[in-house]
Design a protein around this ligand. Sequence first.
Ligand code: GLC
Length: 482
Amino acid sequence: MKILFTSSECVPFVKTGGLADVVGSLATVLAREGHDVRVVLPMYTAIDFSWQQQMEHLLHFDVQLGWRRQYCGVMQLQHEGVTYYFLDNKYYFGRPYVYGLGGDEYERFSFFCRAALNALPLLDFQPDIIHAHDWQSGMVPALLKIQYQHLPFYAAIRTVFTIHNLQYQGIFGIREVQDVIGLGDGLWSADKLEFSGCANFMKAGLVYTDIITTVSPSYAGEITTAYYGERLDGLIRARKKELFGVINGIDTELYDPETDNMIAQTYTADTLGGKAKNKKALQKELALEEKADVPLLAMIGRLTNQKGLDLVDCVLSDIMAEDLQLAVLGMGDSRYTNLFSWAETKYRGKLAARFTMDSALAHKIYAGADFFLMPSLFEPCGLSQMIAMRYGSVPIVRETGGLRDTVLSYNEETKEGNGFSFRDFNAHDMLSVIRRALDFYRNRKDVVETLRKRGMQGDYSWTHSAREYLNLYKKLLKKGSA
Ligand code: GLC
C-alpha cells in the first residue's frame, strides 16, 4: 500500500507533543510491514541542523494562495525505511517557533495543505491513502474532495483523518481563510466549513475525510458527548459510523529500561532493584533530599489545563504535607510554571520542577519515580502513562480517554490492576487516591512491586494498532473500487 501522512510535527525531526511521537513511530512501523510510507512536514528552521544537512533538495514549484504566489521547495530525507518530504518556504516556516506567535497560522497551514497535494504529481507519488493528522492538516481532505478529486491523478485517493486532540481546532475568520485557501462562498455553511461564524480547520477535516479516527476507544466515545465534544460533538455523532478509536503505541525500543543509556542503571522486571539507583541519581540531579524510602511522584507533560494541573493546584499543600517528593517536567502555561516555581522554593528538597523539553531528563524521571501522576481533565490517549509503566513507575490517573483504556485501578478483592485511578474531576478524589497509593507504598510493598511488574510486562507496542490502521485503510480501498 502507498500511504502518505501529512502532519505538522514528527519525531525525530520536530516535536511539541505526543502527535510527533505517534506520527513518527506509526510511519516507521507501517514501513517495516512492507508498505510505501511517506510523510510530509513543514520545513521548519527549528529542525535540528544535523537533520537539515542530510536533506536533499528534490524540486520546487509555486503554490497559489488566493492572489499570492508562494515558493515551495521539497526537501527529501530517508529515515528508517520512511521517505520524508519537507515543504520549504522561509516566509512561513523560517521562524524560531513551530506554532503560534505570528497570527497567520491559517495562512501557514493553508499553504502546507495545498502544497502537500500539489507536490504529489511532481513527486510522481500517487498514494492510495492520505492519512492527515490534527487541525493543521485539516484542509487536506477538504481540498482533495472539493477541488482535486475530479482530476484523474487524485480520483482514487482515500483519506483518513486522525484527531489527536479536539481542543485545538484552528479557528479563524472566514474572510481571512478564504483569502488564502480559495474555497468558494457556497462552502461556508454550517454543514460544510462554517463553524459559529468562523472557519475551522478541524471541522474541515472531519466533514470531508472518508474515515475519522482518534487515539483511543474511550476518547472516541467521549467526543460524541457535549462534555468532551468541544462543540463538534454534533458533527461527530452524525459521522459515528465512520469514527474509530485506535489506541496509540509507544516506541518500545526508545523507551526500554533494559537498554536505556540515558539512565543511571538499566533494569528489568526481574532486577527491579536497579530502580533504586535511578531514584538516588534523580534525587541528586534535581536537588531533592536523597532518601531511598520516600515515595517519589512524577509528572511529565505539557503544562496545560488538559493535564489536570488545576486539581494539583487545589490540593498541593495537602499533597506536600505527606511524606513524599514530587518531580515536575514540562513546558506550558505561565500559571502552572509560576505555581511550580513558587512551590519549588516553598517545598525545597521535596519538590523539583523543570520547565524544559529535556528528553534525557524525562527518561531519568520515568526510571527514578515510584508513581506517575496524570489526573487529566481529558486525555485523547496519553503516552506518558504507558512509558511510566514500562519503567515500573505506577500510574495514578483519572479515568478518562486513553488513561481509562490503559490503566486499571488496583482491586484489593480480585487483585487485578496495574495502577490507581479515580473517576471524577475532583481534587479531593485525586488526593485520596494518592493517599491510597502511598499507603500501599508504606505498608504493602509487595502490592506496589506487583503493580510495577505488571506495568513493565504490559504490551505497549504498535503491533496491534498498526494492524488496525491497515485494516481501516484496506476497508476504504475496497469500498472505493466497488
Ligand atoms: C495529543 C493528546 C494525547 C495523545 C497525543 C498523541 O497530544 O493530548 O493524549 O496521546 O496527542 O495521539
